[in-house]
Design a protein. Structure first.
Ligand SMILES: CSC[C@@H](O)[C@@H](O)C(=O)COP(=O)(O)O
Ligand SMILES: [Zn+2]
Length: 782
């Protein structure tokens, strides 16, 4: 292809040319070139070029001697979208010229419809009286002949160009012309013109291809893109992004890149010249991204004045973060404004925290009666001391911020046209009834959410004591908030304060310390900064010596947990017991009393290892339900009547129910009682009467009751067993499992482990034809 000749850079476009060439305008691409408004082509700024162009059949076929006079419409869209006279318009013009239509007499101008893509606009066409010769008039009278096909007219737009020029598409005007999606101009359907256009500053300034972001260079040694010039590299990168034809024949590396529209990263292949002169460094240099628009942006702390809900994102980036919506936002003021207007953000009501306290000005028109977004915006402007404040009247109000900081005074803008009264202001401000307005804060939520209190702004909203954010008075929102990273990062469960370690030779924490227990260990101060509280520190049963007071080892220093901690603990223990095979197949269960005496019980027929704190039921000491899970499909565990037996009869702190195979097998090798002796793990069991730990050489006896088709039918026999064996801390249920209890959950857990071990040993001894109930002397002679 012949190279495109560039015009002399010193040339400038002359407006007076337009007198001679009415179709001519200055090109809108920032250059000094001319633009044919009929053909939509750019022409070098030489008079000779225009003359030449005017004679081309391409132009003639468009012109038809019609001098177009741009109207306002035309100048507005000039240079942008194509404006092609519709055939209907041309034929009308012809008829006018020929005097077939009489509109000519009324007006020298004719209002024409000009089609541009799908749109049509009005335009005036001046009929040039001297332009057409008589012959051309008579020509016009003839039915329109198909114009002689010019070189241009035979050209076709080629879709395959789009591979090379990702900014390209077919002109939306139905013609065969090309169209730049970035510059919004029509270009001749000529590859040279496309290349030329791509190099123009106008286009380059709009070039969206400078956003390639290299994340990894998996190929280590390859020649990459040339070091210079920059534009060439950009072009290559672009070619690759577009998956140009070269890609197939050469080596490439895979890169990830993000598009200007911030959509998720895409993978693409980057072409490499594998002539091996270059190093990976070069690759890197070549593809090192031009900083995208966002990459150069910085978070600005001063935005927080205007947007009280804003903080810098905690992910180390320069992004902004909405404290209410927990959303990361682009560090762009426009985006923040946009976000603030969003329904989701407004539903979180950051701006409903203005509290009007006094109206010092007595007579003033205030906010509109039906407070629309505008009034909210007005308030906001005032809160942030917007520009209007300076020029208008205002009243002073006190308001509290979402961060619960001391009330601030601010000025409320008033439209001082004095039609309104302070009442109106009040009405205006009070009438912002939202969805939330009908909701009420419920104190009982605090049981489940210890970090919760009622917002102190007088509203019905909830407030997180840890995150210092106001939350909608909606349980779902509380649950949601509790799960949020920001909340969890603040360690809602750090409210136990360790005061002393009463005994030096004791381990404090259970073996698998969950976050809450770790917290006990590190002794954090209470979130609400209330005076020191005493708490009990767990002892580990390993330190027990036989016959020690069991309570000394467990009970006295056992940390009692609040409702939420207890809920968490049950979930954790369920997972643990599942892994031991104690609560598989939805069987088995756990119930623990919290420090306020509330009995927490898991739901029935659910996978116990997957339950969540909010799935638990809370009962009082009579077994009455205090709170149920919000998921109404959850039913109370069938084990509940059995758990309640131990609570009521023995006043214990926790009851566990295991379906352990060891327990089941043990019930198969014994009759009415499970008996073992002379096993070290017996020392891990408490005597329910003496409250002392059993000795190694004591005999451990556990009653065995027969199973029933329904769990609830075990109540009678279990009650009898408990009464008949007051020392026992467990009841075995034949072919079913075992119930174990303790004064604290730690005791119950620890004893359940010891029991299980002893059941297993007894079963294994039976396999070895030995009797675990027999004294060792029985075997001394073996
Ligand atoms: C596998 S079903 C087991 C149940 O019938 C029962 O024995 C049990 O331990 C659990 O009862 P649940 O009501 O699911 O808590
Ligand atoms: Zn069971």
């Amino acid at each position: 292809m012949a190279p495109i000749k560039l015009y002399n850079a010193s040339r400038t476009y002359q407006t007076e040319w337009e007198t001679q060439f009415p179709w001519l305008r200055k090109a809108s691409d920032g250059s000094e070139r001319g633009f044919c408004t009929l053909c939509h082509v750019i022409i070098t700024p030489y008079k000779a070029s225009f003359v030449r162009h005017e004679k081309t059949s391409f132009h003639l076929s468009s012109d038809q001697n019609l001098a177009v006079e741009p109207t306002e419409h035309a100048s507005l869209s000039y240079g942008a979208l194509p404006e092609t006279l519709s055939k209907k318009s041309i034929s009308k013009a012809r008829q006018l010229k020929a005097g077939v239509l009489d509109e000519k007499s009324e007006n020298d101008y004719l209002q024409f419809e000009v089609t541009s893509g799908n749109q049509s606009t009005s335009k005036k066409i001046k009929l040039s009286p001297n332009s057409a010769s008589k012959s051309s008039f008579s020509q016009l009278m003839q039915p329109a002949k198909a114009p002689k096909k010019s070189y241009e007219a035979t050209r076709r737009y080629r879709t395959e160009w789009e591979t090379q020029f990702p900014w390209l598409q077919k002109a939306p005007d139905g013609s065969e012309m090309a169209y730049c999606k970035l510059c919004h101009i029509v270009i001749r359907q000529h590859k040279g013109c496309l290349v030329q256009h791509e190099k123009s500053n106008f286009h380059l300034s709009r070039d969206g291809n400078l956003n390639v972001e290299q994340t990894k260079v998996p190929i280590q040694s390859c020649a990459a893109l040339p070091e210079a010039p920059l534009q060439t590299r950009k072009n290559k990168a672009r070619h690759l992004k577009a998956g140009g034809p070269e890609e197939k024949s050469k080596e490439y590396i895979e890169i990830e890149w993000t598009s200007v529209d911030q959509s998720s990263p895409k993978k693409t292949k980057l072409l490499l010249d594998c002539n091996s002169q270059s190093s990976p460094k070069l690759i890197q240099a070549a593809v090192t991204p031009k900083k995208s628009y966002d990459a150069t942006r910085r978070y600005r702390t001063q935005w927080e004045t205007q947007f009280p809900w804003l903080e810098k994102a905690s992910d180390g980036s320069e992004s902004a973060f909405c404290k209410l919506c927990h959303l990361i936002l682009r560090p762009h003021k426009g985006c923040l404004v946009q976000h603030e207007k969003s329904d989701s953000h407004r539903a979180r009501g950051w701006n409903l925290d203005v509290e009007q306290t006094k109206l010092p000005i007595q007579s003033c028109a205030a906010l509109p009666e039906t407070p629309s977004q505008t009034s909210k915006n007005k308030e906001r402007h005032l809160k942030v001391g917007g520009p209007e404040e300076k020029s208008k009247e205002y009243i002073e109000i006190e308001w509290t911020s979402v961060d619960q900081s001391p009330p601030k005074k601010t000025k409320l803008l008033l439209d001082c046209d004095s039609q309104s009264s302070p009442q109106m202001i009040q009405t205006a401000m009070a009438s912002k009834k939202s969805y939330d307005a009908s909701r009420r804060y419920r104190t009982k939520w605090e049981t489940q959410f210890p970090w919760l209190k009622k917002a102190s702004d007088g509203s019905e909203r909830a407030y997180c004591k840890l995150c210092h954010v106001i939350i909608r008075p909606h349980k779902g929102c509380l649950v949601q908030h509790e799960k949020s990273d920001s909340h969890r990062a603040r360690g809602w469960n750090l409210k136990v304060e360790q005061t002393k370690l009463p005994n030096q030779g004791c381990t404090a924490l259970p073996e698998t310390p969950s976050q809450s227990r770790k917290n006990i260990q590190i002794g954090l101060t209470s979130v609400d900064q209330s005076p020191l509280k005493k708490t009990k520190l767990l002892y580990n049963g390993n330190s027990i010596n036989g016959s020690e007071d069991f309570g000394t080892c467990f009970g006295e220093f056992a940390a009692t947990l609040d409702c939420m901690e207890t809920r968490e603990l049950i979930c954790e223990l369920c997972r643990l017991f599942y892994s031991l095979g104690w609560v598989t197949g939805t069987g088995g269960g756990i119930s623990i009393k919290d420090k306020d005496g509330g009995i927490l019980v898991a739901p029935s027929r659910v996978q116990k290892e997957r339950i969540k704190p909010e799935d638990l039921f809370k009962l009082d000491s009579d077994g009455q339900i205090l709170s149920s899970p919000s998921n109404a499909s959850l039913k109370l565990s069938q084990c509940t009547p059995l758990f309640m037996l131990a609570y009521k009869l023995l006043g214990v702190g926790a009851v566990l129910h295991s379906h352990s195979k060891n327990a089941v097998l043990a019930t198969l090798i014994y009759g009415k009682e499970f008996r073992v002796t002379h096993l070290e793990m017996i020392k891990g069991i408490q005597d329910g009467v003496t409250k002392k730990a059993l000795r190694y050489d004591d005999e451990l006896v556990v009653p065995i009751i027969d199973n029933t088709p329904f769990e609830k039918d075990l109540v009678t026999s279990m009650e009898q067993a408990i009464n008949a064996y007051p020392s026992s801390q467990a009841v075995l249920v034949r072919r079913h499992g075992v119930y174990v209890w303790g004064d604290t959950w730690q005791q119950a857990k620890s004893m359940a482990e010891c029991f299980d071990y002893l059941f297993e040993v007894a079963v294994d001894m039976k396999r070895l034809h030995m009797d675990a109930a027999a004294k060792p002397s029985l075997y001394e002679n073996l």
